[in-house]
Design a protein around this ligand. Structure first.
Ligand code: NDP
Length: 350
């Protein structure tokens, strides 16, 4: 197999890259700048100048024909994994999220139809945010059980009218994913599409030496650091309320991308990779167990309320991922405890 991987320097994508290489796939890693190529080369130095790894720089994924040059390859690509999309939750013009997400996706797909007809499968990294409106009321009677059939109801008009990232980021994921499904419906394409829709993705950073300071952590990892390990916290501080109770380990999401690209039955479907529930209190408990040296900082909260969730709060059900793709999920304990020592090290670079 020959794989094009966009956003290859990302938190999730570096695990995808590493798993692909381990399995003998040949990968072209696409990033936005030469400095990101250089970082990746350091982390994957064993494979640089081997047929398993090469690089392409696409500075602006929204430009017309952005991926055409990157998609030309001999041997030709049969798989494209598109993970690149802005995921930093901060107030911003809605176009900062929507344009790269949506146009980035359609540029990849158009590029494939123009210059890479050999591609047989495309996997787009979507999100739970495309499934459920996390900015709405999380409580209902009976509680909402989210599945891969659901779509976040946010409209483009709502997203365009705000700078609130709790609306604009989910909208970017929803409309990018929709654009991909519409593209395969409306065009005579050679490839099949599938999407991976993870909730909160946590777990070890592939190469923590890349992270110069805590502010450089990716969004989902940064949340854990800021809520529970920041040096100015005290153990008597409250554990912040949980915003999203659904988690998946980054290594398992990476695996899901490879399965979504290679399992015949995976084509044409959304894969809602949800491993289970995880509260901030449960994270705090795991961190305190893993990091006794940080017990002065990690909020104690109410340790025996780790599995508490407000009455009526939504949940999720997606057993097909394990049944059809055969993915086995890691436990939340393994996920958080494998990340914990990395966060302590990165915290020292503050
Ligand atoms: P990262 O921030 O680590 O990775 C994001 C990647 O997308 C980076 O390679 C980044 O490049 C690239 N990117 C961001 N903005 C742009 C842009 N405007 N133009 C081109 N490339 C861009 O985050 P994750 O690994 O977590 O995210 C990867 C994917 O997973 C995203 O699509 C995200 O929406 C999705 N996701 C993540 C979840 C999570 O909890 N982490 C949950 C659900 C979905 P650069 O380094 O140059 O900025």
């Amino acid at each position: 197999h020959r794989v094009l991987l966009t956003g290859a320097n990302g938190f999730i994508a570096q695990h995808i890259l590493s798993q692909l290489i381990d399995e003998g796939y040949s990968v072209r890693a696409v990033v936005r700048s030469q400095s990101k190529v250089d970082l990746l080369k350091k982390s994957f130095d064993k494979y640089v100048d081997t047929p398993l790894l090469d690089f392409a720089v696409v500075p602006d994924i929204t430009a017309a024909g952005a991926f055409d040059a990157a998609l030309e390859s001999d041997p030709p690509f049969d798989i494209v994994l598109h993970t690149a999309s802005p995921f930093i939750l901060r107030p911003a013009k809605s176009s900062d999220y929507l344009d790269p997400a949506i146009k980035g996706t359609t540029e990849v797909l158009q590029g494939i139809t123009r210059v890479a007809p050999s591609v047989k499968r495309v996997v787009v990294t979507s999100s739970f945010a495309a499934i459920y409106n996390m900015g709405g009321n999380p409580i209902s009677d009976p509680p909402k059980i989210c599945t891969s059939e659901d779509w976040n109801e946010v409209t483009l008009e709502e997203a365009l009218a705000t700078e609130n990232p709790i609306l604009t980021y989910p909208a970017s994921k929803k409309f990018a994913e929709k654009a991909a499904w519409d593209f395969v419906k409306e065009n005579n394409v050679n490839f099949e599409l599938s999407t991976v829709n993870p909730p909160g993705v946590y777990g070890p950073i592939f190469d923590p030496s890349q992270i110069a300071k805590p502010e450089d952590l990716n969004q989902s990892t940064g949340l854990i650091y800021n809520a529970l390990l920041r040096p100015d916290l005290k153990s008597s501080d409250p554990v912040p309320p949980t915003f999203l109770y659904l988690y998946v380990d980054v290594r398992d999401v990476a695996r899901a991308h490879i399965l979504a690209a290679t399992v015949p039955e995976a084509a044409g479907k959304r894969w809602f990779t949800v491993a289970g529930e995880l509260s901030n209190q449960q994270m705090a408990n795991y961190l305190r167990e893993a990091l006794p040296e940080r017990s002065d900082v990690i909020p104690i909260g109410e340790p025996d309320k780790a599995s508490w969730k407000p009455e009526g709060w939504y949940g999720a059900s997606a057993p097909e991922v394990e049944k059809v793709l055969g993915l086995k999920y890691r436990s939340a304990e393994e996920t958080i405890k494998d990340l914990a020592p990395q966060l302590v090290e990165i915290g020292k670079r503050a």
